[in-house]
Design a protein around this ligand. Structure first.
Ligand SMILES: NC(=O)c1ccc[n+]([C@@H]2O[C@H](COP(=O)([O-])OP(=O)(O)OC[C@H]3O[C@@H](n4cnc5c(N)ncnc54)[C@H](O)[C@@H]3O)[C@@H](O)[C@H]2O)c1
Length: 278
């Protein structure tokens, strides 16, 4: 991974599986945020101590906490990779029915901070179909991660995985947005497949966006943003909900840069140009 930025990791559930895993990942140099519902567990780890018995784990945890690589908390924070290590006990129904409510509670807390391109790993020993349940729970909690296109189909930002993406938020009533769009289309055409892909997100009534695009086609994909709060642009950092607003995502969907207002020519060129060869 030399020359690459190491991902940040969140480990949810800091017991016999979660804590050693978090400590080993932190020892490899990644910043790890451990999450547990138990304040006592969190406090113990933040002191550089451990609450479980595991050979040599005490020194390892003490070291990574001292180096600032492992922190613990009770609330999930944004990260690039989420590892869920909460229990899946049996229901006390005499049938040994697995209780996946802990996994689904963890999924709900991850959904709040999830962004396009993040990875979720389920470590919990759980019945077949639990990952699908987890996926569906997250999709229901975060419909903004998939947006309808003008074609009426749902598109996921992760569809562009591997390519840098310039998300440009616009609306048909926003003059500076409309002034900026031809420049985006020209820059996209100039760099083609090699550069970042431009994706327009219409923060508008779908009929108005369609009407505008019928008269002024742009040649790059347009998705329909969600207007209800928190809107798609707010989810991607547009706190003032100013338009136009642009975000540059890396090939893993991580935000590299964001600008309110129209992009100047130099920034547009810089964002869209293929990354320089190492
Ligand atoms: N993948 C593997 O190789 C492997 C191996 C062994 C066990 N496991 C599984 O890993 C899971 C965890 O096992 P363990 O032994 O670490 O359990 P554990 O009881 O030691 O620890 C679980 C921790 O999760 C915390 N927790 C519960 N709900 C939470 C939530 N919603 N958010 C945050 N924290 C929460 C608990 O407070 C506890 O500290 C189990 O399902 C176990 O079967 C996996």
């Amino acid at each position: 991974m030399q020359g690459e930025t190491l991902p940040s990791v969140s480990v949810i559930g800091l017991g016999y599986i979660g804590l050693p895993t978090a400590a080993v990942i932190a020892r490899a140099g990644m910043h790890v945020h451990g999450v547990d519902v138990s304040q006592a567990v969190v406090d113990t780890i933040n002191r550089g101590e451990i609450h479980i018995e595991e050979v040599d784990l005490d020194g390892l945890v003490q070291g990574v906490v001292q180096r600032g690589l492992l922190r613990a908390g009770t609330e999930v924070e944004p990260a690039d990779v989420f590892l869920i290590a909460v229990p899946t006990p049996f229901h006390k129904d005499g049938e040994h029915t697995p209780d996946v409510s802990y996994v689904l509670a963890a999924a709900e807390s991850v959904a709040k901070v999830l962004k396009a391109g993040d990875t979720i790993i389920l470590e919990s020993t759980s019945p077949v179909g639990t990952t699908e349940q987890l996926r569906d729970a997250i999709a229901a909690a975060r419909p903004d991660l998939a947006l309808p296109g003008l074609d009426g189909k749902e598109h996921r930002l992760s569809d562009f995985h591997g390519r840098r993406v310039l998300l440009n938020f616009w609306a048909s009533w926003c003059g500076p947005c409309l002034d900026e769009m031809p420049a985006l289309a020209r820059a996209q055409a100039k760099f083609g497949e090699q550069g970042a892909i431009v994706v327009g997100i219409a923060m508008d009534e779908p009929a108005r966006a369609r009407q505008f695009l019928a008269a002024h086609p742009v040649g790059y994909p347009i998705l329909l943003g969600r207007l209800d709060s928190p809107s798609t642009s707010l989810r991607l950092g547009n706190v003032g909900e100013v338009l136009p607003y642009s975000v540059l995502l890396d090939g893993n969907g991580r935000i590299l840069d964001a600008r309110r207002g129209a992009l100047d020519a130099a920034t547009l060129e810089h964002w869209l140009a293929p990354p320089a060869a190492p």
